[in-house]
Structure formats: structure tokens, C-alpha cells
Write a protein that binds this ligand. Structure first.
Ligand code: NAD
Length: 474
């Protein structure tokens, strides 16, 4: 049993004022593996005060000094990679290759931000004015459980690069990863108050951060429902808000696609992060006349897809993070069946041979129409829908017929054709014949998938205000 009873304020590990103990589970065994003592609104206020005190000095640090700081933070998180990987497996259940990627991603985002900052120009001449990009102030950073360490480090990296100070509210379900990241960042000699970490409940600590007048910016990753609440409550103090929310991403398989590549890629896009990914490709759009061929290959691959023990290197789909999430996914599988979709792989219950752990069967429905619940709502589990189309126009129309617009995938043998289709898809990112992430490219959603962008220069500028000083001699 791991007991986590410290939060991080003003450069020190302190006992929270909040005294609620929250259980941490291993989702592969359903066992309680630890407890975290949750911060409360008073702790959030203390953290905000520390960040406010640190801001005047930190906002005036040189670009060079912040590049050096980000490099130290990078080295410190990298040094904890194995420990972080263990925590990711233990409290989240990511399969080996995903867990390894996540543990490395947490340090990568820091060095990526250092590189962006190094090349960035804060002052520009525009007409007769000098335009200066200035840090926004205290930033509230709120993260979900599906990639805790990566989101903490990524948001903090951009805030620090900009010269902002931060109060971080990670998911309460990811306290082990948070502890390791906090210890690493503490070792990196970050000036006190520049980052503060208060693990607590969303409606307590999150609400304090998103309503407090001394917080100037909120960067949130999580559900669309909570994102809307944040936008509403942050309006009173007119906070700048970045929202990275849900998705229902289309995978558009064009009729010329080579199925040897397209089918595995489509399934990987859907089952990535055990389906607990905002960017998961959950609506697979297949040309009507090639459906039988597509389905046969899907059945074959899913039959060989291992869902189970995340520590087994053969496993590609791990458990759902919690019982609540497991029940949610089961409910959607039932809804799919009830609404008349045809199961071609998986289904309700646990994978064969598993009677404990929040495991679900990798599931694919065919004969799905885009108005069915499973095609409209974000499930956040490995449950995919195959939807057929007659021609390219219809494929694009179906792809765009969603309230979301986070990511999309286009698969084709003809790259130019794929790019032409990509240009018409309403999504913040469209991946053509690939699943590879590009850290320099902006990431974020259109429509109800969010507001604003992260990563690269766009992510840095999300923490900067534009100020013009007029009539400055050249
Ligand atoms: P969630 O919205 O329930 O919680 C996210 C975070 O917000 C948690 O830290 C939570 O404690 C906090 N929170 C909850 N209520 C709050 C409130 N009223 N005020 C302030 N903070 C509050 O989401 P989740 O269940 O942790 O994560 C899953 C969701 O996140 C999915 O919908 C998924 O699509 C989304 N997500 C989006 C991205 C993206 O980049 N677009 C990435 C990962 C996950």
C-alpha cells in the first residue's frame, strides 16, 4: 500500500489541509494499491498565492534561463522514466509498449518546449509598433487520468516556456504518477512557486482554480461536459481558456486503400491506449463495395488482439481505468446491440479466461449508421463502429457529421487524393496514412472538441498575451 499524503506548494512537499483519503486501484486486479490524501479549496488557494508571488520574478527571467530550466526538468523526468513506467502500469494498466511510450513522452514534451522556446521571437516590429508577447500570469492546469504524467509535463512545459507560473490539478486517480513527476521536477531546481501541484477533486480544487480571480489562464484536458462548465465559470473573471476535450474521430478508408496496411492501421487507431484516447479512431468509414473484405480482415486481426495483463508484452489492450469506466463501456456495447448494429468481434463481458480486472473485449460493430448512439457518443473504450459509404462525398459528409472535431485519419494508396479529402475534414488534426504524433504540429479540436491548440509554437502562444507599444522609434 502506497500512502501519498503530500502536495507540492511553494517549492516544498506539504501536508494538505484537506483530509479526505481516496483509494487508488490496480485496474488489472481491482485491488486497492494505495491511498491519496486529497487537497481542498484552501490548499488550492495556498497554491495560487504561491504561484502569484513567484510570477513577477519568473516572468522576467531570460529566454535562455527558461531554456536551461526546461532542459533540467527534462533530464530530471527522464531520470525517473522506469519508475514512472511502473506507476503507469500499476495504477493505469497501460500495456507495455503504450506504457513505455507514455513514460518517455512525459520527458519528451519538456525538451520539445525548450526547443520551441529557443527559436521563438518574443518581440516583433509591426508597423510603427513594437509587439511584445508577454506571459499571461498564473496558469491553472487541469489533467485527466488517461495520460497523467504526459499532460502535467506538457502543459507545464508550455507555461514555463512562456514565463507563466502554474497550479496543477491532476486527476485524483493518477496520484502515483503525479508523485513521481513532482519529485522529479523538485529535483530540477525550479524556483519555489513556479509550479504547484494540488491533487484533489475536480468540483473542489478544480472549481477553486477555474473561478479564482488570481488565475489568469486555464488549460484543461478532459471531458466535453466538464470543459463547458469550466468555460462558463471562468467567464466571470474572463480567464483565457484552452480546452482539449472529447472526440469521435473518423477513419476514412478510401476505396483505393491497400487493406494490408489500412486495416491494421485503422484498428490500431481505434484500440490505441486501450481505447481510452480522445483521439481514438472510433468511426471507421469503409466503401460499401469493399465491406466484406474489410470485415474479414478485422475479424482475423481482432481474434489475434490480446486484451489482458498489461505486463504481458503480447497485450495491446489493457484494462479500463476504473469500474465506472468498465460499466460505461459495457453499457455502450449493450446499446449498440439494442440499436441493431451487428457485432463482428468482441461483445459484452470480459475476455475469455479473465474473471477479475476491468478488462473489456476489443469490440467492433458493423452495419452502424452514423445516427446510432455508438457512432455519436464518445465511449472511451475499445469499441469501434464500421460505417459504410457509397462515394467520397458521402464519406466526407459522414466524417463531418459529428459534434466533435479533434482528429481524423485518411487512408489511401494515393497520397494526393488523401490530402484533398483531408482538407475537407473538420478536425484539428488529420493524419494521412500514419498514426505518428508530430510534436511540432498544433493539436486541438474544432467544434465541441475544444478551444485553442497545444504543442509547438501554438502551444507556447496559448500562454502569451499580445501587447503593442506604439510610436517606438525603429
Ligand atoms: P473529466 O472531465 O471528468 O476530468 C478531467 C479533469 O478535470 C480531472 O482532473 C477532474 O478531476 C477535473 N474536473 C472534474 N470536474 C471539474 C470541474 N467542475 N472543474 C474543474 N475541474 C474538474 O475527464 P476524465 O474522465 O478524467 O478524462 C476522460 C475525458 O477526457 C474524455 O472525455 C476524453 O475525451 C478527454 N480527453 C481529452 C483529451 C484531449 O486532448 N482532447 C485527451 C485526453 C482525454
Amino acid at each position: 500500500m502506497q500512502i501519498i499524503d503530500k502536495i507540492y506548494i511553494d517549492g516544498a512537499f506539504v501536508t494538505p489541509h484537506g483530509d479526505e483519503m481516496f483509494d487508488l486501484f490496480n485496474p488489472a486486479t481491482e485491488q486497492v494499491i494505495g491511498q491519496v490524501r486529497l487537497a481542498d479549496a484552501q490548499d488550492a488557494r495556498d497554491a495560487i498565492a504561491a504561484a502569484k508571488r513567484a510570477f513577477p520574478a519568473f516572468s522576467r527571467t531570460s529566454q535562455r534561463a527558461r531554456v536551461e530550466l526546461l532542459k533540467r526538468m527534462h533530464a530530471a523526468v527522464l531520470a525517473k522514466e522506469d519508475e514512472l513506467y511502473e506507476a503507469i502500469t500499476e495504477e493505469y494498466g497501460a500495456p507495455v509498449s503504450r506504457g513505455r511510450w507514455m513514460a518517455r513522452h512525459a520527458s519528451n514534451v519538456l525538451i520539445d518546449a525548450a526547443n520551441v522556446l529557443e527559436a521563438y521571437t518574443f518581440k516583433r516590429r509591426v508597423g510603427g509598433a513594437e509587439v511584445v508577447m508577454q506571459p499571461m500570469g498564473v496558469a491553472g492546469l487541469i489533467t485527466p487520468w488517461n495520460s497523467d504524467a504526459g499532460f502535467i509535463c506538457g502543459k507545464l512545459a508550455a507555461a514555463v516556456a512562456a514565463g507563466c507560473t502554474a497550479v496543477i490539478k491532476p486527476s485524483e486517480m493518477s496520484a502515483m504518477q503525479t508523485r513521481i513527476v513532482t519529485e522529479a521536477l523538485h529535483a530540477a531546481d525550479v524556483p519555489p512557486g513556479v509550479f504547484n501541484i494540488v491533487t484533489g477533486r475536480g468540483d473542489v480544487v478544480g472549481t477553486e482554480i477555474t473561478t479564482h480571480p488570481d488565475v489568469n489562464k486555464v488549460s484543461f484536458t478532459g471531458s466535453t461536459a466538464v470543459g463547458k462548465t469550466i468555460l462558463r465559470v471562468a467567464a466571470d473573471t474572463l480567464k483565457r481558456v484552452t480546452l482539449e476535450l472529447g472526440g469521435k474521430s473518423p477513419v476514412v478508408v478510401l476505396d483505393d486503400a491497400d487493406f494490408d496496411q489500412a486495416v491494421p492501421l485503422a484498428l490500431d487507431a481505434g484500440f490505441m491506449n486501450s481505447g481510452q484516447a480522445c483521439i481514438a479512431g472510433t468511426r471507421i468509414l469503409v466503401p460499401q463495395h469493399r465491406l466484406a473484405e474489410f470485415e474479414a480482415r478485422v475479424r482475423d486481426i481482432v481474434a489475434r488482439t490480446q486484451a489482458g495483463d498489461p505486463r504481458d508484452p503480447q497485450t495491446t489492450v489493457g484494462p479500463m481505468v476504473s469500474q465506472k469506466q468498465w460499466e460505461r463501456v459495457q453499457r455502450y456495447i449493450r446499446i449498440g446491440i439494442d440499436e441493431g448494429a451487428r457485432l463482428i468481434a468482441g461483445g459484452e463481458g470480459r475476455p475469455e479466461g479473465l474473471d477479475a480486472g476491468w478488462f473489456v473485449r476489443p469490440t467492433v460493430f458493423s452495419d452502424v449508421t452514423n445516427d446510432m448512439t455508438i457512432a455519436r457518443e464518445e465511449i472511451f473504450g475499445p469499441v469501434l463502429s464500421i460505417i459504410t459509404y457509397r462515394d467520397e462525398e458521402e464519406a466526407i459528409a459522414i466524417a463531418n457529421d459529428t459534434r466533435y472535431g479533434l482528429q481524423a485519419y485518411v487512408l489511401s494508396a494515393d497520397v494526393r487524393r488523401a490530402h484533398a479529402v483531408a482538407s475537407r475534414i473538420e478536425a484539428g488534426r488529420v493524419l494521412v496514412n500514419t498514426l505518428a504524433h508530430d510534436p511540432a504540429a498544433p493539436f486541438g479540436g474544432l467544434k465541441q472538441s475544444g478551444i485553442g491548440r497545444e504543442y509547438g509554437v501554438y502551444g507556447l502562444e496559448a500562454f502569451l498575451e499580445t501587447k503593442a507599444v506604439l510610436n517606438v522609434p525603429a
